[in-house]
Ligand binder design. Sequence first.
Ligand code: SAH
Ligand code: SF4
Ligand code: F3S
Length: 468
Amino acid sequence: MTHQSPLPRRLHVITWGCQMNVYDSARMTDVLAPLGYATTDTPEEADMVILNTCHIRDRAAEKVFSELGRLRRVKEARAAAGAPTILAVAGCVAQAEGKEILARAPYVDIVLGPQTYHRLPEMVARAARAGGAVIETDFPAEDKFDHLPAPGPASGVSAFLTIQEGCDKFCSFCVVPYTRGAEASRPAAAVLAEARHLVAGGAREIVLLGQNVNAWHGAGPQGGVWTLAALLQELAAIPGLLRLRYTTSHPRDMDAGLIAAHRDIPALMPFLHLPVQSGSDRILAAMNRGHTAAQYRETIAALREARPDLALSSDFIVGHPGESEADFQATMDLIAAVGFAQAFSFKYSPRPGTPAAGVPAQVAEAEKDRRLQALQALLREQQAAFNAACAGRRLGVLITGAGRHPGQIAGRSPYLQPVHLNGPDHLAGQEVAVDILAAHTNSLSGALAFPSTAAIPQATLQQERVCA
Ligand code: SAH
Ligand code: SF4
Ligand code: F3S
């Protein structure tokens, strides 16, 4: 061969963990695009593989090492064929166990923490040049958001936008304050600019993200500090943006202004994920959550007064150290009293370096299993009841794209339920009125209420939106 033209480079990203990791993976892809990297679904084709990791529960590190073992074989097979591969580990395990990763998996080229993604091009250059491993797990003085490029052109109908990072709350069980660092809010102007960019790229729904999203208090464009409620008001005014959501919130930061926003901003969807973790005041105190079960219920009552059809979601942990049967029953009572449209629940998992992990009174594994099963049965029942109550109603559904079967399209209800229906693909990005015909465990199916009209007048939808 006499002439070699440079081949386009391929990037494969594996994402574990929360929505913030999904957002981060997209931004790492954006930051590498100018270097010629386009994404591929196949690691065997990839010149660079990023494993974006999560440290929240279970044997997170072991999962990372077993995936790295698989990627090592891919890297070796490619090397044998003359193709080098850069292997990078990002995310919260990288932050927490960076050195350990390089010690146990020396074939890894780059280890980078969540605050250093903007430096990725430079790390790639260093890794390629030096042939040695690069590790970046500091919390740099500069703000990564000031150095990351705008998101790529195709946003998708529903887009994530990180507005806040980190956490200062130090719940007894949680690694996030250690892996993501101190709480920090992006300035309002930067958030608004990114939101406009996303809408120009086709986004019709924006989901604001933060480990403690409702603790957001960003600098205002004219000085001063904005609240999340003020930011939501301003975002709702962006032409073309139909829906707003935010996640994950802490009950302590659910202030009166934000509660009122659920009444005053129609684009703010009637669904809120508000983790409570436990219904026992004793355990809530041990967890350092900073509120009681009664205070959580008062917040829910105020939210429901502001937005009567608000659907609620939460996170629960069973078997936190010291949790007795009575404490667990208090959690079951809280669930019964509130009624959740959906929820996530976990067995307590000791995380190295967190206060709860060192407490002697750990709950036996079999007991955690039993409690989790009972709790999940109750939550499943509530979810089924909520979904069933939507059957026979007409809901506004934001169509996100093609469905599973030919001729089918899919979207989301205001309450975040996936909805399947027959319809043309060109409805993607529109909010259409859908008659809900059947409820399933995790989704709804229905039919277009006005099949002959492509777009539904907004006025019709506003009236038809209410489900519960
Ligand atoms: N910032 C959010 C939650 C972030 S982590 C909040 O404060 O609510 C997501 C969820 O994982 C938590 O709500 C909690 O339910 C669960 N979780 C976190 N650490 C855990 C641990 N050590 N064991 C089990 N579940 C855990
Ligand atoms: Fe973790 Fe608690 Fe912070 Fe949520 S508020 S991220 S659970 S420490
Ligand atoms: Fe996991 Fe880190 Fe998110 S630990 S849940 S990826 S903040």
